[in-house]
Ligand binder design. Structure first.
Ligand code: MN
Ligand code: MN
Length: 258
């Protein structure tokens, strides 16, 4: 899909690029996630979409892998370059392997595959958003024009994918809050608990917004109420104990009887 050109190799940047090669939000993870969701998919139109984008992600793996390889190449012979990523330099001779930027091996644990099409499409929209932000950070960390252009290409395609997944989800015509078949418990689903209380050092306090105002029953600090009730009970118990010694344990009493 794209011809990669690099001006001056930057081994440290090559190491960062591995995040998009063998990392959690990288191209192999995307390719595998969509392709395997596609194999499982019984909706033929959206199966085709998953297979199309899954295959395109494989071509992105080739692009980002080639880009990383061009930046890592000097590591094979140059000691200073090798220090940017000793694993790649010593064990891999400056070639890419399926690891992230910290040298952790790629794993299928990165994949989000639930077998429920709308749930999977939401995961994919989030995955594209993560890939986009990682590419943006990479673009901000290089001055090489050819590298920037390749990353701009990859970053742009992730937005295209995100848009396609959003359209596929929306066209299913499902209420976004209806997941699976079992309905939630009506009087429980509407409750919003103000579970975090007190004031933080940056002046953060309890805020209200559509998330805890619209169609919800707002419940003020439930844990604090329970805590103050049980703290009161403990205080009462201690006061009582000091009067009639009921605070003593049973074994204590047995010893006294003897
Ligand atoms: Mn991609
Ligand atoms: Mn993508």
């Amino acid at each position: 899909m794209y011809t990669v050109r690099v001006g001056k190799p930057d081994p440290r940047f090559g190491n960062m690029l591995l995040e998009q090669f063998g990392g959690a939000n990288g191209e192999l993870a995307a390719a595998m996630q969509y392709s395997i969701q596609g194999i499982n998919c019984e909706d033929l139109a959206r199966k085709d979409l998953l297979m199309d984008i899954g295959t395109e992600e494989l071509s992105h793996l080739e692009i980002v892998g080639t880009l990383a390889r061009m930046h890592l190449k000097p590591m094979k012979k140059n000691r200073e370059a090798a220090e940017a990523d000793p694993l790649i330099a010593i064990a891999g001779g400056g070639g890419v392997s399926l690891c992230n930027s910290m040298g952790n091996a790629w794993t299928a644990d990165y994949l989000k595959i639930t077998g429920e099409l709308d749930v999977d499409l939401r995961s994919n929209i989030a995955a594209e958003a993560r890939a986009k932000i990682v590419y943006e950070r990479l673009i901000n960390f290089t001055d090489d024009a050819g590298t920037k252009a390749a990353l701009q290409f990859l970053m742009t395609r992730e937005i295209t994918h995100m848009k396609a997944f959003m359209a596929a989800l929306e066209s299913m015509g499902k209420d976004p809050l209806v997941i699976g078949e079992l309905p939630p418990t009506p009087d429980l689903v509407i409750k919003f608990f103000n579970d975090s209380t007190g004031e933080g050092e940056n002046g953060e306090k309890d805020f209200r917004g559509p998330w805890n105002e619209t169609d919800v029953e707002y419940i003020e600090a439930p844990a604090q109420k329970i805590a103050s009730v049980s703290a009161g009970a403990i205080t009462q118990e201690i006061v009582k104990g000091s009067r009639n010694s009921s605070y003593r344990s049973n074994s204590d009493r047995k010893i006294r009887k003897k």
